[in-house]
Design a protein around this ligand. Structure first.
Ligand code: NAD
Ligand code: UD1
Length: 339
């Protein structure tokens, strides 16, 4: 029996595929490559020394999804495929609703037809909106401040309704905080399109000389140094959380929601310094006004995932920075450089 990984050519999905293959699982990937390259899949195969099945298809293509489920004995799904750029979601809300929500509906309908009712879903800490306090627990109120966040929140809601209607479904909602880093091989990593929106890819592109200087969005937040505080976690810790969640669903069916974060917040300035140590030189930066929609602080209380999954992030900031930097240095143009 195989595990279907939607979005398996993407940043987190490719790391999940590698971990699954290394754990002896059979893996089928579906990805339309709208934000990724097939080269990532090739490298996952090479690193694992094992094959996986790759389908280039869109989740919204019901016929293609049906054919994928007919072709392989798919037992469970890790569902990473989504569009994730907040700014773009504000400009193109219909695209985000169609891709993220409609795509998920078609996936769920296909799963139901084939009796595959175990799903691990990529949710996000964005579902907590602007939290009233930190650390954030799973029982905090949920809200969304942009269309991307709304698609995640809505999908969570759909999955709750589905599991309530049919308890044969087993579903884990994994709310990621800020995934960073890369596999230590330097062969797979995050490959953003154009100028990165997120902090760490921006810093590594400054470090490699592709961008001149980092813009720090706001130094007047009520935080210890005035810059925004987030919970950065290594992508390999994150994907291990997915395997633990799948194990839990198999042994105890139901619907569960977990924060996946380290439980520690770091400011923007606190992220620049370990990078400077890793690369051995200064990262130029300038302070600019706050980015609209940003919250001052968001970091997880990961106690529940520890208690129920036995999961805890083990990789520290230095390792996150070293691995992000190795990926960037070895692949200055991302996957495009090798195609
Ligand atoms: P990514 O863009 O690298 O990966 C997503 C993959 O899904 C891409 O390969 C893309 O081509 C594919 N895809 C998108 N729509 C598709 C569709 N309709 N059909 C088939 N394939 C499709 O993003 P990522 O960082 O790996 O994120 C994975 C998941 O985790 C997403 O659901 C994202 O919302 C969620 N998430 C990411 C972060 C983060 O900071 N990276 C944080 C919280 C949650
Ligand atoms: C972003 C997304 C959020 C998603 C989360 C996890 C936005 C507005 N939000 O959040 O929906 O759930 O990623 O992937 O995109 N920063 C700078 N300069 C930069 C980039 C970022 O100072 O060039 C700061 C930000 O203001 C923030 C911190 O760095 O304080 C982290 O930013 P980012 O990496 O974009 O992640 P989030 O804002 O947490």
């Amino acid at each position: 029996m195989a595990i279907l990984v939607t979005g398996g050519a993407g940043y987190i999905g490719s790391h999940a595929c590698l971990e699954l293959l290394r754990g002896g699982h059979d893996v089928v990937v579906v990805d339309n490559l709208c934000n990724s390259h097939e080269e990532a899949v090739r490298r996952v195969r090479e690193l694992a020394g094992r094959d996986l099945v790759f389908h280039r298809a869109d989740l919204r293509d019901a016929g293609a999804m049906e054919a994928i489920f007919r072709a392989g004995a798919i037992e469970s799904v890790m569902h990473f495929a989504a569009l994730k750029a907040v700014g773009e979601s504000v400009e193109k809300p219909l695209l985000y609703w169609d891709n993220n929500v409609n795509g998920t509906l078609i996936l769920l309908e296909t799963m139901a037809r084939h009796g595959a009712r175990t799903l691990v879903f990529s949710s996000s800490c964005t579902v907590y909106g602007d939290p009233a306090s930190v650390p954030i627990r799973e029982d905090f109120p949920l809200s969304a401040v942009n269309p991307y966040g709304m698609t995640k929140l809505t999908t969570e809601r759909i999955l709750r309704d589905l599991q309530r209607a049919d308890p044969a479904w087993s579903i884990a909602l994994l709310r990621y905080f800020n995934p960073v880093g890369a596999d230590p091989s330097g062969r797979i990593g995050e490959d953003p399109n154009g100028i990165p929106n997120n902090l760490i890819p921006y810093i590594t592109q400054v470090a490699v000389g592709k961008l001149a200087a980092l813009t720090v969005f706001g130094d007047d937040y009520p935080t210890r140094d005035g810059t925004g505080v987030r919970d950065y976690l290594h992508v390999n810790d994150l994907v291990i959380g997915h395997l633990r969640a799948l194990d839990r669903l198999r042994s105890r069916p139901g619907l569960v929601a977990y924060n996946l974060g380290t439980g520690e917040g770091h400011s923007v300035l606190e992220m620049i310094h370990p990078f400077e140590r890793v690369i051995g030189r200064a990262i130029p930066y300038r302070i600019a006004p706050r980015r609209p929609g940003d919250v001052a602080e968001a970091w997880a209380d990961p106690t529940l995932a520890h208690q129920e999954l036995g999961w805890r992030a083990t990789r520290g900031l230095e390792e996150m920075c070293t691995d992000s930097w190795r990926w960037q240095e070895m692949n200055p143009d991302g996957y495009a450089g090798s195609e």
